[in-house]
Ligand binder design. Structure first.
Ligand code: ADP
Length: 270
């Protein structure tokens, strides 16, 4: 995210995002927010975590500042840095600092991807201190009472190197996300991809078959996101087996045998 573009007004979500609640996640998040507790969303990619955050930001009327973490992301990327502008050195807030100042919701997506030094700034924000250490400015910035820290991670990708430490995870109220129930997933696909319920049902059946392959060749099965993509292609006139190949199979794997296996599944349904 470009630090210069972080104007809080632009981060308000004006229209209600379409979100189908799966369980009591809305009530839990609201209670956590009320009590100034940070939140951890666990779950596979494409199962609705980002959409949920957009919905909650809209509901709570707070700006949402999302950072997709990657393995080069440092504490300075989150907190900010000095930049030279027109011969002058100026301080530019990073996205986390902006959220802390303006009382926004900062959503750090796939937190385990980030460099380990990011934890130094996250820990004091995620406990009673609710303060952001700004090392370069020699300041400890107290978070606005409206500030909320939310992070996500996918336990499925867990490895010794990329796991969330107990010292981190035990600071958060944690919620597990998973693919929605078949009925709900049908409804979501029909709504998002504008396809009829019968087609949505077939896509969900196909997804379930691919999810059974998890662990025996596939790292993950088809997510709700991929089904929405396939549905959109089909709604635009692409033949279903081709749509499933492009939007789902090729997105899941490069392995020729697995591609053939996934294609067999879609051919058996469509
Ligand atoms: P994640 O952040 O978990 O990777 P997203 O929130 O981006 O996943 O979800 C991917 C897509 O799946 C969304 O853009 C939306 O189309 C759909 N989706 C998944 N779950 C839901 C839900 N509960 N309500 C509405 N849409 C959903």
């Amino acid at each position: 995210m470009d630090a210069h573009s972080l104007v809080p007004e632009e981060h308000y979500i004006r229209e209600q995002p379409y979100y189908e609640a799966v369980g009591d996640e809305v009530a839990i998040f609201e209670a956590a927010y009320k009590n100034r507790l940070p939140v951890l969303l666990k779950g596979p990619t494409g199962c609705g975590k980002t959409r949920f955050m957009e919905y909650m930001a809209w509901r709570l009327k707070r700006p949402l500042i999302t950072v997709s973490c990657h393995d080069d992301l440092t504490a300075s990327d989150l907190v900010g840095r000095f930049l030279v502008k027109g011969g002058e050195t100026v301080w530019v807030d990073g996205p986390l600092t902006r959220a802390v100042r303006v009382g926004g919701i900062c959503y750090l997506d796939e937190i385990v991807e980030a460099r380990k030094d990011t934890m130094v700034v996250i820990h004091p924000l995620a406990d009673d201190r609710r303060a952001l250490p700004m090392e370069k400015l020699g300041q400890l910035l107290e978070a606005s009472s409206d500030f909320c820290l939310a992070i996500s991670y996918n336990p499925g990708y867990q490895s010794v190197l990329k796991d969330l430490k107990q010292s981190t995870r035990q600071r958060f109220v944690a919620m597990e996300f998973d693919y929605p129930s078949p009925e709900l997933e049908r409804k979501i696909i029909a709504n998002e991809a504008k396809v009829d319920p019968a087609l949505a049902e077939k896509l969900v059946k196909f997804a379930q078959l691919t999810r059974n392959l998890k662990g025996s060749g596939l790292e993950e099965g088809a997510s709700t996101r991929l089904l929405v993509h396939a549905g959109k292609l089909i709604a635009s006139g692409v033949e279903p087996v081709s749509a499933c190949r492009a939007a789902v199979a090729q997105a899941l794997t490069d392995d020729a045998d697995m591609l053939a296996a996934v294609e067999e599944l879609s051919s058996s349904i469509f």
